[in-house]
Design a protein around this ligand. Structure first.
Ligand code: HEC
Length: 295
């Protein structure tokens, strides 16, 4: 038994270390997504669906979902759905699939674009909101862009027409340069240590460089908090605020697709709680009624 407890606690500790190591990694940018409810949420999901169908569906299917289910849940009239949002299907009862040939896609992008039915559950809405807003100019990449949330991503910046194009700000580039230098110093010092260089001096260089990197990374987080992480170098159709709000809509749509019954489940939960409350009151009154005669 004792052994079992020991094993269990070691497992628990390692899991929590793993979890904290994962969450400790700074997301840049790391902005909070505003949350909507009721009618505003439905409207937001409708707009999100429109953005998705026009810009993403060609590459990413949502095949766990059918068109008519989305139409019903998002209160989109079926004829509107058929005429404006169904580009890759024929019947309203069809799954939201596309005709992307996987082998070709792998050749084009290095990775086949994944189905996104469950992406909101796997990544979470916070990650998605920041990912969609984190594409930036990077000439060294095959598609000319990179993503600061998903480094070296194989996906093009599908929304460049809406957002325009952003670059990392000069401050960010400067700090990243400093970090690269510090990493270079650490690598050289380690090399020299291996070759039998002076331990004390070299270890001091390593310590100081690691400290510097840590400080610089904190500065990056601050810049991102102040909205100074990126600068727009080419305007798109939307202003920065409009684009952010469009991304909230897109994420709300993907969140809905990840669990279509979530909203029902929530309202049912409230109903169940109300019922329990009501029943407790009835039971209490009954108890009083019965015991009245006993005393
Ligand atoms: C031209 C094809 C293409 C288009 C258009 C496209 N994507 Fe992608 N997307 C990809 C590829 C390829 C990947 C895989 C990248 C990788 O793993 O490096 C990807 C990855 C992703 C991921 C990360 C999945 C994960 O968890 O790893 C998300 C989320 C995503 N795309 C959402 C979207 C959305 C939303 C749109 C529309 C605005 C869109 N994509 C448009 C090709 C595309």
């Amino acid at each position: 038994m004792k052994k079992l407890i020991k094993i269990a606690s070691v497992a628990l500790i390692s899991v929590s270390f793993w979890a904290s190591a994962n969450s400790g990694e700074a997301l840049l940018p790391n902005d909070e997504m505003p949350s909507y409810s009721d009618d505003k949420l439905v409207e937001s999901m409708q707009n999100g669906m429109q953005i998705y169908m026009n810009n993403c569906m060609g590459c990413h299917s949502l095949k766990f979902q059918r068109y008519n289910r989305s139409a019903k849940d998002l209160r989109i009239p079926e004829d509107l759905m058929i005429n404006n949002l169904m580009f890759t299907a024929e019947k309203i009862g069809d799954p939201m699939d596309n005709n992307m040939p996987t082998a070709m896609a792998e050749k084009w992008f290095g990775t086949a674009p994944p189905d996104l039915s469950l992406v909101a559950r796997a990544r979470g809405t916070h990650w998605l909101y920041n990912y969609f807003r984190a594409f930036y100019l990077d000439d060294s990449r095959p598609l000319g862009v990179n993503n600061s949330v998903f480094n070296n991503v194989g996906m093009p910046h599908a929304l460049t027409q809406l957002q325009g194009l952003q670059d990392k700000s000069d401050k960010v580039k400067g700090i990243e340069n400093d970090i690269d230098y510090a990493k270079g110093d650490i690598a050289t010092a380690r090399e020299e240590l291996k070759r039998g260089g002076k331990g004390r001096e070299l270890n001091k260089i390593i310590d100081e460089s690691e400290h510097l990197i840590h400080e610089k990374e904190n500065e990056l987080v601050k810049l991102s908090q102040n909205g100074e992480y990126f600068t727009l170098i080419k305007e798109g159709e939307l202003s920065a605020e409009e684009f952010d709000s469009a991304m909230v809509d897109l994420v709300n749509f993907l969140d809905y697709i990840g669990e279509p019954i979530k909203r029902d489940r929530k309202s049912m939960g409230i109903f169940v709680l109300l019922f329990i409350l009501f029943f407790t009151a009835v039971a209490y009154m009954l108890k009083k009624e019965y015991w009245k005669d006993v005393h």
